[in-house]
Design a protein around this ligand. Structure first.
Ligand code: ADP
Ligand code: MG
Ligand code: MG
Length: 849
């Protein structure tokens, strides 16, 4: 009943039903939250039901809420249908005041513990309910410790905490202008209200945006009897995973702190101990916990993230949920669970978020190159990150907007840092363990993270960090190796990722079920090879203009553009042809036996010429022309809207000699490699066709060249990009002259919406942030608009030529939702950048399932 009870509430109930030791409590539903958020008031009858449940809780616990002799204390915990770790609020130890604290002391005979609980409560309540910044309380705590001359919270005694309680109340009064509410029922009501309202706090909102969680599902609130991990050395609290969330290894894995409460582990205030320490210290508890974790994993059939607390030698479970994990762990766990007979292959395939695969395929640090390791921390989230040091989330955002790559370095992170973590390459913290906020969030984001590095001292104010005694300032470059925990000086050399067995197994399952072919967009042999290793089944887009930009040939390209007469132009083209032949040979070889779609020149010619005065002179000199002459040409080629200008097939119509040179180079390369035993499959593609006659004309040229150079005994085809609305609606006519279609959804999206991606930055964010557009159409295909045109083009095209090959080669081709759409409208293939090929393979499999 996650929709109604939230994930936390549902799982607490379920664990109780399983007979596990869960502190008693009750759940206020998400419905109540939504009602409250809409009406700013509780639903009718709410407090009657509430009183009834509170009575029941008191009976069960044999304690009374607000009692001076035997007080019941509760936690008030948020928990939505989809887990949003740390994004909303929780208040612990609720029910304490100057009277009930006496009852707690009498009951526990432990004044130190009682006042510790009390000061924590005022801090949390003050923060969550009254909106007072943590730092006010922290400063008072630090000052108190300094005054006493101690470093650790555990060195504080009963009187110290008691004094701090009084001071915390002063802070509350000063900061909020009201007295700390002493009435426990009032406290409870205010806390429930605050947890409801935390649904709409900034970080929860940001988290939902990032994770595509709807804004209207609301949070449930769990009111639960407190158990205490801070009652002495026979008490403690911890977080555990049923498998290693970083590697996926099947081993019970976790961290705990002795004599500590709830959030101490997650908040990264003290660096915790491992579960094997627990095994040494409390073997019985460990054994019990180990049994429970296995039971929970079997029950939920997924890796669990468990919170537990030990109160005076008694174990309690406080939470279980499907654990967040790295992409690597996700795959290993899914494949292992199939082997263990826990889940089916189908379930395994559906469990992995295709977007997560992307990070797996990111580079790692080259082990064969010398590196200067400055220090080591906990390897909290794998991968290599290189960037400039920044110390605040805001600075991270600021610098990345200017195109910098940054590493966010902090003492510890908190949910307020989420926007900075999102844009940083990697995260480094001084405190906190493998289950700290930084570690958990980084793993979820697929970002490299090193946590709990004791060798760094962060000075946020001075914007410096001492790494192993050596000072680094904001802007200095470091590298993080999240797989080893090493902090490395400067930018370390990286290498392409190695694929691991479970990955190949999962991909094998995906390939068995998917209907879509997956090709890649590659312009050079290296990319083609990488993509092929990742499982690409051909090239769906080879852009030839990138070849034109390379240093050794841009000169000829410019000579060609500047040529005043046919002869000079022919001479320049003659020099370009052999280099193009070499390019194509490399690509055909890399894609031996697989189709290669080569697109003829697409961008407008002025892109190949210098655009500023400073750049003119050297270029003119290199070309042996006058600056005035060059300027004149640039001026002539200037366009107001280059995207809508003289480009694509329009170039082929006005400068047929360019396309002809390219076609000759393609055929020549194919012939040569074919003689060498390679099987080229050639697909020549004409860009930006809007009218059938454009394609007809270019096709005639290609056929003439083929006749002159042929006959060929390899496969070749002529087709077109479909990237203009006019091409979509006249696709039946165009199909008469095309052997294949390939949707260029980048242009098609721009042409359909009537905006240029380069200029949309000033308004499109307003559309998406305000919800006017649910998604940015340049990220995922606009299915109702652009998608309808695609649907129409497929239908019309195949009405002329049944079985017409149709694919997509825009950036959308590697985006899971777009891939699903392409499956639905019956495309033959998607084509995407090499590193996204596995993403597309899995997304295609999920679409088929
Ligand atoms: P989050 O969803 O951010 O993890 P939780 O509601 O789980 O927030 O609570 C934060 C911390 O407080 C956790 O460590 C949890 O185990 C602890 N906690 C919550 N309720 C209780 C309770 N009744 N007794 C003891 N500890 C609790
Ligand atoms: Mg929790
Ligand atoms: Mg295009």
């Amino acid at each position: 009943m996650k929709d109604l009870l939230g994930g936390k509430g549902a799982n607490l109930s379920e664990m109780t039903s399983l007979g596990l030791p869960v502190p008693f409590g009750f759940t206020i539903t998400t419905e109540a939250c939504n009602y409250y958020l809409e009406h700013k008031d509780f639903p009718v009858g709410f407090f009657d039901a509430f009183d009834e449940k509170l009575d029941e809780l008191e009976h069960k616990m044999k304690k009374t809420f607000g009692s001076k002799t035997n007080p019941l204390l509760v936690s008030v915990r948020s928990g939505a249908r989809i887990s949003m770790p740390g994004m909303m609020d929780t208040v612990l130890n609720l029910g304490l005041n100057d009277e009930t604290v006496q009852g707690l002391i009498d009951k526990t005979r432990n004044p130190r513990f009682s006042y510790d609980a009390y000061r924590r409560f005022i801090n949390m309540f003050g923060n969550v309910v009254l909106g007072i910044g943590h730092k006010h309380f922290e400063e008072a705590l630090e000052a108190a410790k300094k005054k006493k001359g101690v470093k650790l919270d555990t060195d504080m005694g009963a009187d110290d905490w008691k004094a701090l309680v009084a001071e915390f109340k002063q802070i509350v009064k000063r900061q909020s202008g009201q007295d700390f509410p002493e009435d426990p029922r009032e406290q409870l009501k205010l806390a429930i209200r605050a947890v409801f309202e935390s649904w709409n706090n900034k970080r929860a909102f940001a988290y939902r945006r990032m994770n595509n969680i709807p804004d209207n599902i609301g949070t449930a609130v769990n009111v639960q009897a407190m158990v205490f991990g801070n009652m002495g050395e026979d008490s403690g609290t911890g977080v555990a995973f049923t498998r290693d969330p970083s590697t996926g290894e099947k081993c019970f894995y976790g961290e705990f702190l002795l004599n500590a409460q709830g959030e101490d582990v997650v908040a990264g205030i003290r660096t915790p101990q491992t579960l094997s320490d627990l095994q040494g210290k409390m073997p019985k508890i460990y054994e019990q916990l180990d049994k429970i974790q296995a039971q929970l994993e079997g029950h939920y059939r997924d890796m669990q993230d468990i919170e537990f607390t030990i109160e005076k030698g008694q174990l309690y479970l406080l939470q279980t949920r499907n654990g967040k994990r790295t992409a690597k762990a996700a795959i290993k766990i899914a494949v292992d669970m199939v082997d263990e007979g826990l889940i089916t292959e189908r379930e395994a395939l559906l469990r992995i978020d295709p977007n997560q695969l992307n990070v797996l395929l990111h580079p790692s640090i080259d082990p064969h190159v010398d590196k200067d390791v400055l220090a080591k921390g906990l390897p909290a989230s794998p991968g290599a990150a290189v960037g400039k040091i920044v110390f605040t989330a805001d600075e991270a955002c600021h610098q990345t907007e200017d195109g910098e790559k940054v590493i966010l370095v902090r003492k510890e992170t908190s949910p307020e840092d989420i926007h900075g973590m999102h844009v940083a390459e990697g995260i480094l913290t001084a405190t906190g363990g493998m289950t700290s906020h930084a570690a958990v969030v980084a793993r979820g984001m697929g970002k490299p993270c090193i946590a709990g590095c004791k060798k760094i001292i962060v000075n946020e104010d001075a914007k410096t960090v001492a790494i192993n005694g050596e000072h680094f300032a904001e802007g200095d470059v470091i590298t993080l190796d999240g797989s080893t925990g090493e902090i490395i000086r400067g930018a370390a050399a990286t290498i392409d990722p190695e694929l691991f067995d479970e990955f190949e197994v999962l991909m094998g399952w995906a390939d068995e079920v998917r209907k879509l072919q997956v090709r890649t967009n590659a312009d050079n042999p290296h990319d083609a090879e990488v993509a092929r290793r990742f499982g690409a089944e051909g090239i769906g887009l080879c852009r030839t203009e990138h070849m034109f930009f390379e240093e050794d040939r841009i000169l000829y390209v410019r000579q060609m553009i500047l040529a005043h007469d046919e002869k000079t132009r022919e001479a320049a083209l003659a020099k370009l042809r052999p280099v193009q032949v070499e390019d194509f040979k490399g690509i055909f070889k890399a894609m031996n036996g697989l189709p290669v779609t080569v697109r003829l020149l697409d961008p407008p010619l002025h892109e190949f010429l210098p655009n500023t005065d400073e750049k003119m002179a050297p270029v003119a000199k290199g070309l042996g022309v006058s600056v005035a002459d060059l300027k004149e040409t640039v001026h002539l080629l200037h366009e107001f809207n280059p995207m809508l200008g003289h480009r694509g097939v329009r170039l082929g119509i006005t400068h047929p000699e360019i396309y002809e040179m390219q076609v000759r180079a393609i055929f020549e390369a194919a012939k040569i490699v074919h003689h060498e035993g390679v099987t080229p499959i050639v697909e020549i593609e004409v860009p930006l066709v809007g009218h059938v006659n454009e394609l007809k004309k270019v096709r005639a040229m290609i056929e003439r060249v083929a006749e002159e150079m042929g006959p060929f005994d390899f496969e070749w085809k002529v087709g077109t990009m479909i990237e203009l609305p006019r091409a979509c609606v006249t696709a039946d006519e165009i199909a008469h002259h095309a052997d294949f279609f390939s949707f260029g959804t980048n242009d098609l999206t721009q042409m359909t919406f009537g905006f240029s991606r380069d200029d949309a930055g000033s308004f499109l964010p307003v559309y998406t942030e305000s919800g006017l557009l649910a998604d940015n159409p340049t990220d995922t295909i606009d299915q109702e608009g652009v998608g309808q045109l695609m649907r129409m083009a497929v239908k019309l095209g195949r009405s002329t030529k049944p079985g017409l090959e149709v694919g997509i080669c825009g950036e959308h081709g590697g985006e899971p939702r777009s891939v699903a759409f392409c499956h639905e409208i019956g495309l033959d293939y998607v084509s995407c950048s090499p590193y996204r090929v596995p993403v597309a393979r899995l997304a295609a499999a999920q679409a088929a399932l």
